[in-house]
Design a protein around this ligand. Structure first.
Ligand SMILES: Cc1ncc(COP(=O)(O)O)c(C=O)c1O
Length: 306
C-alpha cells in the first residue's frame, strides 16, 4: 500500500505525512510494540475480528516496556474503526504500532514521548505454498527462539522480530516457505510469526506459551472453536521430531490465518503426500465461518465497522 490515510497520534493523516524522525528511539533500540488485526467482509458487513483482545494485547505489550500509550483501549478501538472507514476497505489487515520517539538518545527509552499509529492495507496470502493440494514447506531454523528469560516474549514487541526475521530469511533463502523455531531447550515454540499446532491420533496439541510462544489470538480462537466442536486440544511440549511423525501440522496467525503444513525439514507431513488433513480442513472451514460472521456462537468476536 502506498496511499490512503493513516491514524497518527489521534488524527487521520495522508499516507505520505505519517513520518518519523531518524533519531526515533524505537528505530535504534527496538522499543516499539505492535499488533496485527484483520477486518473481514462478513455476512453482516465489514467487521474487525477480536478487536478488543488485540488492543488489550497492545496495551499489555506496552506495559512490559513502561509505555503509556496515552489512549484508552476504547479510543484505540475507535481509531482502528475510523482508519478502516477512512480507507474505504471492506477487508484489510490493520497494523497498530506504539513506539518511543526522539529527543534523548541512549538505551533508556523513558525520556522520549510515545507515539501511536494505525495503518491498514490489503494483505492476502502471507505464506506461500499452502494451497489445498499441498501444505507449506517448513524448515527448522538454526536460530533459537528468544528465551523468555531474555525478553518478555508475551509482549508483541518490535525487538523480538529481528530474531523472527533472521529465521524467516534463512528459510526463504533455503527455498522453504517458513521457519519453525525451537527454544534453547530444543522444544518447538512457534514459526517466525505464527503459532503451531500438531494433530496426532485425533488429538490437537500446541506448545504452551511458557515455551516463549506468543499468546496468539488466532491460536486462542482455534482452541475455543475446537472445544466448541468437540475436538480435543491440549497444550504440551512438542519435540522437534514429533513434527515429523505428526498426522497433521498447521500454523495460525492473523496474517497467515490457518495454514496447513505439508513438509518439515524435507519430510512429508502425515501419510497423504503432505496434503492438508481432515482436522486441519475442518478447523479451517469452521474458522472461515467464524471470521465471516456465519457462526452465531462467535458473533461477539466481530466488531462492525458501521
Ligand atoms: C511470533 C508470533 N507468534 C504468533 C503469532 C500469531 O498471533 P496472532 O494469532 O495473534 O496473530 C504472531 C503474529 O502476530 C507472531 O508474530
Amino acid at each position: 500500500m502506498t496511499e490512503g490515510r493513516i491514524w497518527f497520534n489521534g488524527a487521520l493523516v495522508n499516507y505520505d505525512d505519517a513520518k518519523i524522525h531518524v533519531l526515533t528511539h524505537a528505530l535504534h533500540y527496538g522499543t516499539g510494540v505492535f499488533e496485527g488485526i484483520r477486518c473481514y467482509n462478513t455476512v453482516h458487513g465489514s467487521a474487525i475480528f477480536r478487536l478488543q483482545d488485540h488492543m488489550q494485547r497492545l496495551i499489555d505489550s506496552g506495559k512490559a516496556y513502561f509505555m503509556d500509550l496515552g489512549f484508552s483501549r476504547q479510543q484505540l478501538e475507535q481509531a482502528a474503526i475510523d482508519t478502516v472507514r477512512a480507507n474505504g476497505m471492506a477487508e484489510c489487515y490493520i497494523r497498530p504500532i506504539a513506539f518511543y520517539g526522539y529527543g534523548k538518545m541512549g538505551v533508556n527509552p523513558m525520556p522520549n514521548k510515545v507515539s501511536v499509529a494505525i495503518a491498514v492495507w490489503k494483505w492476502d496470502e502471507y505464506i506461500k505454498g499452502s494451497g489445498e493440494e499441498k501444505g507449506a514447506r517448513l524448515m527448522t531454523s538454526s536460530w533459537a527462539r528468544l528465551d523468555p528469560h531474555s525478553m518478555p516474549m508475551h509482549a508483541k514487541a518490535t525487538a523480538n522480530y529481528a530474531n523472527s526475521a533472521l529465521a524467516r530469511v534463512e528459510a526463504l533463502k533455503a527455498g522453504f516457505d517458513e521457519a519453525i523455531m525451537l527454544n534453547s531447550a530444543g522444544m518447538v515454540v512457534e514459526a517466525s510469526a505464527e503459532n503451531i499446532f500438531v494433530v496426532k491420533d485425533g488429538e490437537l496439541a500446541t506448545p504452551p506459551t511458557s515455551t516463549g510462544a506468543l499468546c496468539g489470538i488466532t491460536r486462542d480462537s482455534v482452541m475455543a472453536i475446537a472445544e466448541a466442536y468437540g475436538i480435543r486440544c491440549v497444550e504440551r511440549n512438542i519435540a522437534r521430531d514429533e513434527l515429523y511423525f505428526a498426522d497433521e501440522v498447521f500454523l495460525t496467525g492473523t496474517a497467515a490465518e490457518i495454514k496447513p503444513v505439508g513438509e518439515i525439514d524435507n519430510r512429508l507431513v502425515g501419510r497423504d503426500g503432505g496434503k492438508p488433513g481432515a482436522v486441519t480442513r475442518r478447523l479451517k472451514e469452521l474458522f472461515e465461518a467464524v471470521v465471516h460472521g456465519k457462526d452465531e456462537k462467535f458473533r461477539n468476536w466481530l466488531t462492525p465497522i458501521s
